[in-house]
Write a protein that binds this ligand. Sequence first.
Ligand code: 6R9
Length: 652
Amino acid sequence: MSGTQIESILTEARTFPVPEEFARQANMDQAQYEALCRQAAENPAEFWGKLARDHLHWDKPFNQVLDDSQAPFYKWFSDGELNVSVNCLDRHLDSPTRNKAAIIWESEQGEVVTLTYAQLHREVSRFAATLQDLGIHLGDRVAIYMPMVPEAVIAMLACARIGAIHTVVFGGFSAEALKDRIEDTQARLLITADGGYRAGKVVPLKHNADQALSRSSHAVEHMIVFQRTGEEVNMQSGRDLWWHDLAAKAQVDCAPLAVNAEHPLLILYTSGSTGKPKGIVHSSGGYLLWSLLTTHWVFDLKPTDVYWCTADIGWITGHSYVVYGPLALGATVFMYEGAPTYPDAGRFWDMIEHHRVNVFYTAPTAIRALMKLGDEWPNRYDLSSLRLLGTVGEPINPEAWMWYYKVIGKERCPIADTWWQTETGGHMISPLPGVTPLKPGSCTRPLPGIFPDIVDEEGEIIQSTEAGGYLVMTRPWPGMLRTVWGDEARYIENYWAKFNNRFYVAGDSAHRDMDGYYWIMGRIDDVLNVSGHRLGTMEIESALVAHPAVAEAAVVGRPHEIKGEAICAFVVLRQSHAGEDMDALAQTLRAHVADAIGPIARPDEIRFTDNLPKTRSGKIMRRLLRAIARGEEITQDTSTLENEETVRQLER
Ligand code: 6R9
């Protein structure tokens, strides 16, 4: 079969039922799930309206749930008013949550700092008052370029308290990336630190910030510098201010400002396959509701849990699942500043043991990297506190899933494979741990209120359980992006135009099996065309990772006279298999793929490498590998790669 549909070639038959013990205590059980799904389908306004009233504190209640008069510019709860920091902090102060840990933070050197909700509230109010003193008002943009320290969270919530719009720039990004974001948002203020720690080294944040500002066509009025590493930095008088000096002078109280539910809470930049990064705009009400609900449903958080999401606050995962979702729920968030394998490969497991982490959320890239280093590392630690695991960022190969399930979760912990995007604000397709039987490699089913579908090139819904196509959303949801900052045309063009504004187009390819489970096959741009068969990269990669020698694989196409495209696989071996005969192993792996999924998917070429080029958020850069496989000159900017040297190694 060929044509416009994408073929699914991976057969994964393993299923894992919901553990009874887990189901009994879960925040959502089967009956509630079914009731919610039914209500969402039949009466969306009632469904969303009730959730928003029950879970958020409104200063001014809303009457209208959804305003679709200017679709696809949807508005949610748009005659209501609320304050996000009140929902994350103040409303917990009249309950025992007041004195529980909001944040437990550990530095790379092993210092531990705990902030209770009452303390965090105080710090946020104080810093919000400081921002006000500097003349920051409703709607002003504030750039935050910070290491993973509690002050980064304080800065975000302080912006929310006064209605300023934050744009967090990942601390691992260069001066150039920071400059672009400052220019695009026209930020009035930049909040940074002298430096941050990563793998025993200092990241010179203030220095980068100085460079960004010196190149920027837009001048910020002030830069607030948090002292973290204590190294010497250049303070420009009049412009640059020390955090601690301001804090010493500031009043402690800052009354929260109620804002319209549609007021932008944040702008976060995400890079598309073409063009400059897009500033994704999220709202105050809808975004907060969706991050809260998904944290509650998917992570099943309980008041007694210690919860750890390893994402940096520079990513949407850090926004929704380190800051807004868990704090709105009054949860205890564990936060770590540093590299995952510093000083050794046991660091994550050591902190899970030490802080008795119950719910752990990380990315496939981290899972595969830790898997590559061998089971002996996790096996040295007591991981019995864990009760639920999560993953996000890329499709997880079934074998990496199995490793996570067995070696980390000891076959006790459900895994939430959460599919979502910067643009969606929160989880969209994910197992509910007390409801959904699991299949390794599938993000399973949509959450209540979410209506995905799979369509072909013409926008027709694909009914087949084997063919894949475009993953789309057929109805709006409160956590959806509102626009691209300063570029409404790009919002339409990127997410809606493909099928005449009928669906939100995610840009991923996927297929749905006979149980209604979704399988993400990769980004739509990465689909291969081999002898007229359209194949997602994911499935061939997963077949490779299923071989015991392979830790990680990336598959790309390169032009082929007869087949259209030839399959080229880049493979990272597990440490236990380093030093084997590479030619023989390449043959074995080619045969293994042909065996596992059919001759059509047999790689034409296998290249071994120590690492794959990744974005800073850990996604494999297949575009770059494609250029390498084709022997093309690399014209893409590689400076934002996690591991730039890998590209040079591969080019040889
Ligand atoms: C949250 C986040 C979004 C893209 C998305 C998809 C990929 C994320 C996934 C997944 C398969 C999962 N993706 N989660 N693919 N299974 N569980 O990562 O946001 O950085 O915007 O990336 O990541 O391709 O379209 P973002």
